[in-house]
Design a protein. Structure first.
Length: 255
């Protein structure tokens, strides 16, 4: 059964997810250059209304509009391969992160000629829920931190079911939503057979449980299949920035 949101609520959500680009302000100055990097990405919101980023353009679209990878569809293949360095500065030194993201929307429209339309699509998703025997989570004490160390052989650094759900998206290759209803901070470690999960043969002597068994035995959680209706951004057209105009008053960026 498809989980559908009331039409009015869905329209409000779609508008919130994809603000109108026409109302977004522009950076005072900006520089766009092809990057020589072939791995990684970063987005830095710096003091003084400055922004510094390096990424492929599909991810820039995600950040600018506050959506996930699977919610950006269409467009040429270079959206996921060509990386760019973006250095920019807002007119106001007090520009917020949300305001700068709005300026990224304008930059995509002005310099990359991005045009898109919105639709709602059904996605095959997974819900992270509590297993029948209840959760197996150890609460963190107030002020206690819990991270990764050199001794960790498990996946670590997560302190809530919401963190686990967000991390699992990259493991299972589809949207995962936290439906556990559990709040608070916990000591969360998870170890499972990453090779089999990726369709690979584990090395000899590698003996770890499946992801399903690991979630059940170690956290008292499980993944339940679902279908979710969500707004998407479909790229109608986009262009590589004109090399003659990739720099705009870059001497004034101060970055």
């Amino acid at each position: 059964m498809v989980r559908r949101v009331a039409i009015a609520s869905l329209m409000l959500f779609a508008l919130a997810a994809f603000p109108q680009t026409t109302a977004a302000p522009s950076f005072d100055v900006a520089s766009i250059r092809p990057s020589t990097m072939d791995y990684g990405s970063y987005f830095r919101y710096l003091p003084g209304g400055r922004f510094s980023g390096m990424s492929w353009i599909k991810q820039v679209i995600q950040v600018a509009y506050g959506i996930e990878d699977y919610q950006v569809m269409g467009g040429p293949g270079w959206l996921t391969t060509d990386r760019y360095n973006i250095e920019a500065k807002a007119a106001s030194p007090d520009a917020t992160k949300d305001e700068i993201n709005g300026m990224l929307q304008s930059l995509l429209a002005e310099r990359f000629k991005l045009q898109f339309h919105r639709e709602t699509k059904d996605f095959s998703t997974l819900d992270l829920v509590v297993d029948k025997n209840g959760p197996k989570l150890t609460p963190l004490k107030e002020g206690e931190n819990f991270g990764c160390t050199r001794d960790n052989t498990e996946f670590c650094g997560m302190t809530s079911p919401a963190d686990v759900a967000h991390w699992l998206r990259n493991v299972v290759g589809k949207p995962v939503f936290d439906r556990t209803g559990i709040s608070g901070r916990y000591k969360i470690l998870l170890t499972f057979d990453v090779y089999s999960q990726q369709g690979k043969t584990p090395p000899e002597g590698y003996d770890k449980p499946t992801l399903k068994d690991a979630l059940h035995d170690q956290l008292g959680l499980k993944l339940a299949p679902h279908t979710e209706s969500m707004p998407v951004l479909l790229v109608d057209s986009i262009e590589r920035p004109d090399r003659k105009s990739t720099r705009l008053n870059s001497s004034h960026l101060g970055i």
